[in-house]
Design a protein around this ligand. Structure first.
Ligand code: 4AD
Ligand code: MG
Length: 482
């Protein structure tokens, strides 16, 4: 006899199997009246109802059927007479695959009642069993798949860039060092500093903050590539939008300028949103209701006028607002918000925009996704292309409602001399980046790319408001459990 997954039984396959004996396996969500088992197997958010004739089974066996226990059930698939489900299983055989102690279950997130997200985080190993996290992680998978599909369909090549690297692509110095030296007794130079020549790689290396520099090398030969890998940042930001370990997608395209880069980003983000709407309807419906419930708990002025599904549709159906950094500064300076001194941080040309400024632009001023371009050179990375004005660079940040910055990218500096000068201005030794500089000597061409923060995208399409709740095991300052 064949085992079927619940997602199959609730689709067309289930209709075809009516009247037949089949096997389902899963975990008990509830067992009511010694008669109705709600079984979930993770294939979808729905449960299948299994009906038991208790006279057919040993009482001791039935007592072992408790919330969270694992079962293999054999039975006939029939149309359900009760409301709430179309099909149910008339059980003829029960095998207990794994017991669960009810007293222990009481203390966990598997106890079926509303738990706080904080409590769920403490039990990240068990939270997969809840409806919310089942839905979030199925959607996380779908976002990853949509990303690969988008690029594959457009002729991009998936490139694996190194996780251990000697370079700090972003130049922010927020890196985790990788070493196998003895911390108590490292080899020293004459001046007392650590001698990294004796370290595993013969030099100082770190966990990567971005695969971009290596992706550029490949783009200048393969034309269009993208990376999709883990990145690490030792920034001490304990916010709901930062992780120390997160996943980033970085496409890089030869012959693209900033305008092409913006068009690609916009198509890409819209594609992901459409894919999720079309392919994750059941999980999305659940999260939409969850989000609506959460909104009612918030003070009036923080509530979102749009539901989760409406927010996703809004991104698909509306063009992103594009403006320069300089224009954005003007907008902020002319806002009533600024005049009434409601910003915590001051506004003037040259500042790094704070999240309150970004949120004002997206949520109050334009009420749609915004692409800001042409930032001052000194607040952006060394590799961004210098504009004609000599003081701004061809950078772009995409800002999303409720999220803030979701994408950062730029057209790259392809001119050797200017790049060399930029390195010096930023205190980067061009000799250490000889391999990067080299590409500007052998058939250099304009090229551009960007980085999408994967978890921030998953936050947007699931409506989860803390980034720790869209990655299975979050790594944040003072926290690397599991
Ligand atoms: O803006 P960032 O730092 O850009 C880069 O790393 C470029 N090399 C990308 C490129 O042009 N190829 O990071 C890109 C995105 C951000 O917009 C944000 O969505 C996400 O990565 N991100 C983080 N997500 C979670 N936790 C953090 N600590 C993040 N830092 C950046
Ligand atoms: Mg950025």
């Amino acid at each position: 006899m064949k085992r079927y997954k619940i997602v199959e039984l609730l689709g067309n396959t289930g209709r075809e199997l009516l009247g037949q004996e089949i096997i389902v396996k899963g975990w008990v969500r509830a067992f009511r009246s010694n008669r109705f088992i709600q079984l979930n197997d993770g294939s979808c958010i729905s449960v299948i109802q299994a009906v038991i004739d208790f006279e057919l089974f040993d009482e001791a066996l039935l007592r072992r059927i408790t919330t969270a226990s694992a079962l293999s059930l054999t039975g006939k698939l029939v149309e359900s007479i009760g409301s709430g489900q179309a099909l149910e299983l008339q059980v003829s055989a029960i095998e207990i695959l794994g017991d669960a102690n009810p007293d222990e279950v009481q203390k966990t997130v598997m106890q079926p009642k509303r738990h706080s997200l904080e409590f769920l985080r403490e039990q990240a190993h068990l939270r997969f069993r809840t409806n919310t996290f089942g839905a979030v992680f199925r959607i996380r998978h779908a976002v990853a798949y949509a990303i690969h599909k988008f690029f594959n369909d457009r002729g991009f090549f998936y490139l694996h860039t190194p996780i251990i690297t000697g370079s700090d692509a972003e130049g922010a110095g927020e890196m985790f060092r990788v070493t196998n030296l003895d911390p108590k007794n490292p080899p020293l130079n004459e001046d007392g500093s650590v001698n990294f020549k004796d370290d595993f790689f013969g030099k100082q290396v770190n966990l990567t903050v971005s695969g971009q520099l290596e992706a550029e090398l490949a783009a200048l030969a393969l034309g269009q590539v993208y990376t999709f890998g883990p990145t690490f940042r030792a920034e001490n930001s304990n916010t709901s939008r930062h992780l120390a370990e997160f996943w980033m997608i970085e496409p890089e395209v030869a012959f693209n300028d900033l305008k092409d880069n913006m068009d690609l980003t916009e198509d890409f983000l819209k594609y992901i949103c459409s894919y999720i709407l079309e392919n994750c309807a059941e999980d999305l419906k659940f999260l939409n209701d969850r989000d609506a419930q959460e909104q009612t708990q918030k003070p009036q002025h923080e509530r979102n006028e749009l539901s989760l599904i409406e927010r996703i549709e809004f991104v698909i159906n509306n063009p992103f607002k594009r403006l320069t950094y300089t224009e954005a500064i003007e907008v902020l300076l002319n806002s009533n918000h600024y005049k009434k001194k409601k910003f915590k941080y001051d506004v003037s040309w040259g500042i790094d925009l704070q999240s309150e400024h970004e949120r004002y632009l997206v949520e109050k001023e334009f009420k749609c996704p915004v692409i800001l371009t042409d930032y001052p050179a000194q607040i952006k990375a060394f590799y961004m292309r210098l504009n004609e004005d000599g003081k701004t660079v061809a950078a772009m940040d995409v800002l999303f409602p409720g999220i803030g910055e979701i994408v950062g990218g730029s057209q790259r500096e392809e001119r050797y001399d200017i790049l060399h000068k930029k390195c010096e201005e930023f205190g980067i030794h061009p000799e250490e980046l000889w391999w990067y500089m080299d590409t500007r000597k052998f058939g250099t061409v304009p090229h551009a790319g960007f980085g999408l923060g994967f978890e921030r995208m998953v936050m947007f399409v699931t409506g989860m408001s803390n980034i720790r709740d869209v990655i299975p095991f979050p790594r944040t300052p003072q926290n690397a459990e599991f």
